[in-house]
Design a protein around this ligand. Sequence first.
Ligand SMILES: O=C(O)c1cc(=O)[nH]c(=O)n1[C@@H]1O[C@H](COP(=O)(O)O)[C@@H](O)[C@H]1O
Length: 315
Amino acid sequence: MSPRCRSTPPSCGRPPVPEQPVGTSTGRVPFGSRLRTAMDSRGQLCVGIDPHPALLAAWGLADDPASLERFSLTVLEAVGADVAAVKPQVALFERHGSAGLAVLERLLAACADAGVLSIADAKRGDIGSTMAGYADAWLRDGSALAADAVTLSPYLGFESLRPALDLAAATGRGVFVLALTSNPEGASVQHVGGDQSVAARIVAAAAAENSRELGSPGPGSTGLGSTGLGSTGLVVGATVGRALTGLGLDLAAAQAPILAPGLGAQGATGADLRATFGPAFPNVLATSSRDILAAGPAPAALRDAAARTLAGLSG
Ligand SMILES: O=C(O)c1cc(=O)[nH]c(=O)n1[C@@H]1O[C@H](COP(=O)(O)O)[C@@H](O)[C@H]1O
């Protein structure tokens, strides 16, 4: 991260997302409120920081930790002041071992300094007792890997995620639970069960968490307005198309932030997103990685690519 962004965030462009009234035991405003504020002021785009080996090579960088850091901080410096969130893909740091994880720690600290929300894309999930360890790593105050939110996999049952749900609530952080993923193979698990599909159960469980946090939405509510967004988000691919209505999922009523990957490199467009999510679209945080990152390494080109993607979301 450049000294410019680290020491004086407002000079990077738009001001950091504000920390407002106290809402959690740590005094941090709940993640859902912070994301709502960020999306309202900066738009509904998250830029994925996915340092694939092929992208490092295309940027003229080596496949090593020093290059990983240069890549990641260049992306953050280029777009961090303009977008609602960034999402480092943890696997692509892990593949560099402990040195890669140290880069991720510094990147997450730089995100906080720059005033942009960070979502660690770790897709964690385990039996409850072990889940507490993952929760500690990604959601505890003082952890070197703490992010504003983390992605979780509910394959061991939604309730197995409880340690992360509770720690996120206590520290004003958030989670995004996989519901309908963007990859074609996801259907073989997530669509099972007809109108009681696995995906529908995950959406219902997230909705219950958000009702506990915010109160229940009124009849016909879009989950917007005074109740805002809860901090238990869902991952629903931008590519899922009609599966959403086919499975009868009522995403708007879940009061959940919806992380929607699949733009660009996986083929979805802004128009697909609006058509797919309909009344829930205002709660969608669209995320794109390779399509934007391929514009680098020039910061201005990265910024332009992000701006084009954001413009495409509004049609
Ligand atoms: O949780 C995710 O972010 C995720 C869920 C999903 O269903 N599909 C999906 O592509 N992702 C992630 O979103 C990013 C998509 O990258 P691009 O296809 O390059 O935009 C990758 O980091 C994926 O791991």
